[in-house]
Design a protein around this ligand. Sequence first.
Ligand SMILES: [Zn+2]
Length: 341
Amino acid sequence: MTADKPDLGTLEERAGVEIAAAGDLHELTAVRARYLGKKGSVAALLRSIGELEPSERGRVGQEANAAKQRIEAAAAARKGDLERAGREQVLASQRLDVSLRGTATRTGHLHPITHVTRDMVQFFTSLGFSIEEGPEIETEYNNFEALNIPADHPARDEQDTFYLDDGRLLRTHTSNVQIRVMAGRKPPFRFIAPGRVYRHDLSPRHSPMFHQIEGFLVDERVTFGDLKGVLYGFGRHLMGRDIELRFRSNHFPFTEPSAEMDYACVLCDKQGCAACSQHGWMEWGGCGMIHPKVLERCEIDPDRYQGFAFGMGIDRTAMLRYGIPQLRHLFEGDVRVLEQI
Ligand SMILES: [Zn+2]
């Protein structure tokens, strides 16, 4: 029965080679079954012990069990190796390099008109002005008559105004708001009214819809000097530096005295350039002391109260501030253009 010994040794050796050669867990399971399973080689060997001489059985049985344990241990070690290798393979394939540059999310920005409007609102709210809004569809009375613009005034011409079938109109300025705010209220008033206005103007340099801001203050002892002080501060806030303002006498039906405001061209410093049509000055808006008749129409005593009003195009201010040559660039919605601003 000495033949059993080399058998066991050979068996163990072969098992060792096959376990080491198992390339994955599936193969290892098959090898394990071949040697350690119920019908495996080791089990067969153990069963054959009964055929040995009784004196041999104990020793051969011990050796066979020891060999079985070593094969078990080798299979378990190989299993551990394969599992570790599998985990490392997964980690390597899913490797995350946190030092790689990410893909930046593109964010938009506010439209230039929104920017300028917010800056305007911020300035006036810091001075205690409130923000008022009015309807874009307005009555003739609030848009014209109450503002001292009689029926025969050129501004009433249908070429300038969009009329609706019911006799109402698209407001031609934000001045309708001052009538609505003053009606039924007592001074002092201090407010601004930014918003959209409409003129029947199809010239390519203009737009039938544009944005205006109107400022309005009524109190006792208000002077033109107060108006100028507010406008200088406003210009400085918008342009980020001191600007030179010029007031030219003008006529508006709802203010007396009235003035056009220009400011020194920020691009050429009054030397004259294409942006200011070689004038050195840029038109900014209109202003003046509120006409006593307008106050009277709103049942405010003009002997006791005075006020000033001013208005300017928000779009025009944005053009000046950002150096935008054409009004249409603001309304066409071309992102390539807006991104440059
Ligand atoms: Zn200029």
